[in-house]
Design a protein around this ligand. Structure first.
Ligand SMILES: [Zn+2]
Length: 260
């Protein structure tokens, strides 16, 4: 018998204007999790097309384009909703609240929970340890990071540091297709970075073919994402903050991005 224990199938599809829907399917147990619920109808349609029975919704944070489909899916399908402990009151239909160090299970597969507050104060990410992939919601984007709606630059830098410790080939599933606009901004602060220039060429080619730039990898982001590089000399020079803590540099880059 082949060892299928690490095998999970991922189905990724566009939702709303620029969100991604993700279905994670374990063929052994037959369980299927939707990561967030941007669009109930589209998520159920995609599950049906794949022949997968929806059993879970795993929410990353309370924003409407991430939880807006929770109740409609729960009314139509027998799903268990998992979400962030620190935002439990704001996750519609929540069944199980999880936080840092706890584990979500899909069949026999473990996803470790990371608290990644910054975009929202209770935001969590789901890291499948065996499969080496992470669903980061709106914390980390390809060439960007989430807006600091509720948290501080220090919190976001801490989240970036957590991600940086993962294996570099870890697949990163971001919740939006923002890469080209993020990249335009990244070039404004790190335009001499050959890794960033090469990354943008690849991203443009993918988008020209109508393909997603997500998932990315931790290694690619460490080389090209200005928010993960807030401790690097070129970024410090670009914002004229040679000696300030990396979190402060990240805060300045984030302010510039907000006004870009
Ligand atoms: Zn959000």
């Amino acid at each position: 018998m082949p060892n299928m224990s690490t095998h999970l199938q991922i189905k990724q599809f566009p939702c709303l204007s620029d969100n991604y829907g993700f279905l994670v399917h374990d063929s052994q147990s037959g369980q299927t999790a939707s990561i967030d619920s941007p669009d109930a109808d589209e998520i159920m349609r995609q599950a049906d097309l794949a022949g997968w029975e929806l059993t879970h919704i795993w929410n990353t944070h309370h924003h409407f384009d991430h939880v807006g489909g929770n109740l409609a899916i729960k009314a139509a399908r027998d799903v268990t909703i998992i979400g962030p402990k620190a935002e439990a009151a704001r996750i519609p239909g929540l069944d199980i609240a999880l936080g840092e160090g706890e584990t979500a299970m899909l069949g026999a597969h473990k996803a470790q929970i990371f608290d990644t507050p910054a975009h929202t104060l209770g935001h969590i990410a789901y890291y499948f340890t065996e499969q080496n992939m992470i669903f980061v919601g709106d914390t980390l984007f390809a060439l960007g990071c989430g807006r600091l709606f509720e948290g501080t630059p220090e919190m976001m830098w801490e989240a970036m540091q957590k991600f940086a410790k993962l294996p570099h080939d870890t697949k990163v599933y971001c919740a939006h297709e923002y890469t080209l606009s993020n990249g335009k901004f990244a070039l404004s602060v790190d335009g001499e970075n050959p890794e960033l220039l090469a990354y943008m060429e690849r991203a443009k080619a993918l988008r020209d073919e109508g393909k997603p730039t997500v998932p990315t990898t931790i290694g690619a982001e460490l080389k090209a994402n200005p928010f993960m590089r807030a401790d690097s000399a070129p970024l410090r020079a670009a914002v004229n903050m040679p000696d300030e803590p990396a979190a402060q540099v990240l805060g300045e880059i984030r302010r510039r991005k907000d006004n870009f």
